[in-house]
Every structure is written in C-alpha cells, then in structure tokens.
Design a protein around this ligand. Sequence first.
Ligand code: ADQ
Length: 473
Amino acid sequence: MAERQRRLVAVSNRVGPLSDEGKAGGLAVGLSDALKRRGGLWFGWSGNTSDEGTFREAETVIQDHVSMTTIDMNKEELEGFYLHYANRSLWPLLHYRLDLAEFDRQSDRIYRSVNQRFAARLAPLLEPDDLVWVHDYHFFYLGSELRQCGFKGRIGFFLHIPFCAPEIFTALPASHDIVRAMLAYDVVGFQTDTDRRNFANFCVRELGGEKLPGHRIRVGDRTIVAKAFPIGIDATGYARFAVSPEAGEHEEMLRDLAGERLQIVGVDRMDYSKGLVERFKGFERLLEDYPENRGKVQFLQVAPLSRSELDAYVELRRELEELAGHINGRFATLDWTPIQIMTRGFTRRALAGIYRAARVCLVTPLRDGMNLVAKEFVAAQDPSDPGVLILSRFAGARAELENDALVVNPYSTDDVARALQRALTMPFDERSRRWEGMREAVFAGTAETWCDNFIGELETFDGSGGEVAGAPA
Ligand code: ADQ
C-alpha cells in the first residue's frame, strides 16, 4: 500500500533510546519499535540545558533508519515547562491528585511558549504528507502551534497517562485552552475508554461540543476522532528476553536468595501514582492477618528514583524507606528480611529475569494510564511455573487483564492482603489457567498493534484536518 510509505514523525519530550538494552520508560519502549519498523524522524528535547535553549542548533543522530533530532531548553524553560507545569500541575491533576497539583501563571506561560518553540523548530523539517504523532501531556499545544506555522498534514496525539474526569480537569485554569488546542489534532488517542469518555464529556459539557458516531467529536467547525488505543509491549521480544542468559542469571540469583520462600515483586518508578505506600501496608497486613507467611515470603520492590528534584518525590522516598524499616523491624528474624527496596535501574533483560523468579507481581497503582509492568510480567513467565498478577482496578491494563489477574482496590489494605494470600496459595492449575488467559491478551495487543492501529486511524482520517482550531486565548 503506497500510503503505508508516508513518513512517521514522532514527537515526545525524551527521544530514544532505540536500543533494547536501554533503561527505557514506557513510552520509549512502544515508540522505538514502530519507528525502527517504518523509519522516520523522532523529535524532542536533548535532555540538556544551554543558554540559548530552544534557539540552539538542533542535533541529529541517525540510527536504524530513524533520525533522532533534539533541541535544548534553557534553565527557565526547563523549570517552567517540565518541572513546574508538566510535573507539578498536569501530572498530579491527570492522576486525580488535585491535592498535590500546583498552578501558577508563570509556568503556564512558559509551557505554552515551549510548545510554540518546539513547533517552530519542527515545522521546517516537515513534508506535507508526513504523519506527525505527538506524545503525551508535555505537548498538548504542539499540534495547534504547528497549524499556526502552516502545517496542514495529519497530526495525531496520544496521551500516555489518564485523562481525569471533567469535574477534576476543570480545576486547571487553562483547561479550556488545552482541550481547545487538542482539537487541532486529527486523531486523539487515549489508553482506555474511560479516559476517552472523560475527554468527550469535557468537550460536550464545557465546550458545547457533540459526540458523533465513529468515535468522532465535533466542537464548532472541528471534527476529530477521539478513541482508545491501549498500548502494549513487544511480547515476543520480551518473552525472548526472559530466557536470555542475563535474565537467567538474575532469575537464579533471586531464586537462590529466596530459597524455599515465595518471591513477591513490584517494579515501578518511584512515583506517588504507583501506590507504593499503600502496597507496603498491604504487605504488612498480610504478615499480620496471615501469620503463616512469616518467614515464608519475601517482597522485593524495585523502584528507580524519578523526578527527585520535586518535594513530593523526596517525601515519598523518605516515607517508603521508613515504612520498609518499620515492617522489617517488626517482623524480621535473624535469617529473614521481609521487604527489600532497590532504587537502581536494570536492563530490560535483567528485569525480565526478576519477573520470572516471582510467584506474585504487585501492580497496584492508585491511577495509571496503562502500566506496562503488568504486561511485561505476564510475557516473562515460565509456562511450567507461572506467577500470579495482582492488578489495581485503577490501572489502564485492567481493561485487558481483569478476567485473569486478581483485581484489587489499591486503597484497601485488607483487599491487597487478601489478594496476596490468595495468590500465594493458588494451586498450579489455576495459576496456569489465569496466566494463559493473560498471555493471550498481552500477545494480542502489542506495541506493534498499538502503533498500527493508531497510525492506521491517522492515515484514514477524513475529517476537517488542516484547519486551524480555535487558538488558545
Ligand atoms: P510509566 O509511568 O513509566 O509510563 P509503565 O507503563 O509501568 O509506567 O512503564 C515503566 C517502564 O519502565 C517499564 O517498561 C519497566 O520495565 C521500566 N522499568 C521500571 N523500573 C525499571 C528499572 N529499575 N530498570 C529498568 N527499567 C525499569 C507511562 C504511563 C503508563 C503507561 C506508559 C506507556 O505512566 O501508565 O503505561 O507511559 O504508555
């Protein structure tokens, strides 16, 4: 198909790595596979600050048919755009944490201007028939800014994190401007149908729009597609990682360490959205309410530090370390440490080995767009001894895995403890049956199908693409 040859241009805050070995975040894992397959341009921030900031000359690295072009930010841009607006206003708000969200007009102004600067730098690199795919909450205004620069081609947007209920989103002073700007995209993708519905309801209730058949929304003279595209992993590749020598070494190390004990693992960036405090309390409740587990289980939480510049994250680390100390102090014996927390990164292969050594994986975020750890855990399991997934009802992954994971309310310590007990005592046949069900889902909805579905929707879009949407006031 000739249309398949259109160039893909991806835009995201962090670019790369394309390598399997990288300590990649969720977004990079999905996107790099698509770009490598199609070839294209990946545009974003260099990760560096310089005095010239977004005006400094771009750098381009070409690897595996992908050009990775990045620009700097200056200190003021980085602070206002990334640390403040993206991470202190949008991230907590969209994860339903209005209590942690801070709003100020200075960072709002800088966020808009960085979006405008990125669009101005990207626009000259675009061909009219490029498919531009913008990622995540850092770049809500980028599409509308590209339209202002005169780009009339297709632009899609995918939100990796939740889109909260309109009742919460309206607390953001710029909520109307942001959603109006999102209407400049042709296709807007969400992780789940709940997120899509929240967005559609905002358009209807706040902007007087209407829902049309075929996942379309009309606001004024703009009609766009808003649809759920649940992100997946490279399931086959991941299953291969899990049997690599490096994974084997890590699996063995953990099994040796555990001995006869059953291993519970959690793997999350250290972020308040991941429900780590509640999870630790759930584990403590397990040891309280089901004392037969004392000395028989051990819990490893891998939690690489993220955003350590922000107070909320420093506070979280302190609280977790204290809590782990408290649990160990209360239950440890000379030869048993119940809970261990590790803040270092692992390669994807090493992590796959850790998943494989686990009898139970705890994925209990208070909110999560999707949560790829849940899917990686499933893909990494040994069919002859598969582990059990305990999954939060508030993770996007629930939609695909709820039949066979043990679904919990992460706020309920009792619920988490009960699910842990059930998982630890689950007979092999049930473990195996549940794992087969989840495996099927993880192999059906992969990173590849996610990309193909989104790009397919963007390619076939026949709405009023190219018009300038209501520019933000
Ligand atoms: P994240 O919030 O980063 O992603 P998640 O989807 O779980 O959450 O992805 C984390 C990734 O980091 C996984 O691929 C995991 O293997 C990796 N990782 C975690 N700890 C690691 C460690 N110690 N060493 C190396 N790698 C580690 C955001 C959204 C999610 C959404 C993704 C993708 O918050 O909801 O699922 O984007 O869209």
